[in-house]
Design a protein around this ligand. Sequence first.
Ligand SMILES: Nc1ncnc2c1ncn2[C@@H]1O[C@H](COP(=O)(O)OP(=O)(O)OP(=O)(O)O)[C@@H](O)[C@H]1O
Ligand SMILES: [Mg+2]
Length: 147
Amino acid sequence: MKTVDSPAEGLSFSAEETLSLGEALGRSLKPGDVVALKGSLGAGKTCFAKGIALGLGVREEVTSPSYTIISEYEGNCPFRHADLYRLKGIDEFALLGADELFDGSGVSVIEWPEKIPGALPPDSFLVEISIGEDGRRLIRQSGGPPK
Ligand SMILES: Nc1ncnc2c1ncn2[C@@H]1O[C@H](COP(=O)(O)OP(=O)(O)OP(=O)(O)O)[C@@H](O)[C@H]1O
Ligand SMILES: [Mg+2]
């Protein structure tokens, strides 16, 4: 995992703040960067991913890829957004054209990366969102894009 100071860590008290933290990260991402986005159901992963898309200049509306599993958008570079919650296994991942996620041509954000243990590029970085007692979100990054 890459490690640098992150522009996207912190506490979020609203969906807007989660979006803004994602946007801050998105502005610093470059083609080839892969973000593994962990957090429980409803933690705010898709919200954060929408922010990343904004930061990357994606104008199209980003929707949750729960059923399509992988969606692709055009921004300053290709933006690929995966939600692996419903993935049956690593074989299905290959069938979905997952190679593109990691081919270096764009930025990829993966919700539920736990579904593909070992398949993430070693230099991916990790963002974890957890929900506090009062509903606040704690967003932590254990890596970051190279400066
Ligand atoms: N800091 C926050 N405080 C309160 N609500 C928030 C916060 N951040 C995001 N949310 C809201 O939480 C809800 C769930 O967010 P989201 O769909 O992004 O979660 P998710 O982690 O992608 O869920 P899933 O596991 O189902 O994919 C949304 O309504 C979103 O607006
Ligand atoms: Mg989601």
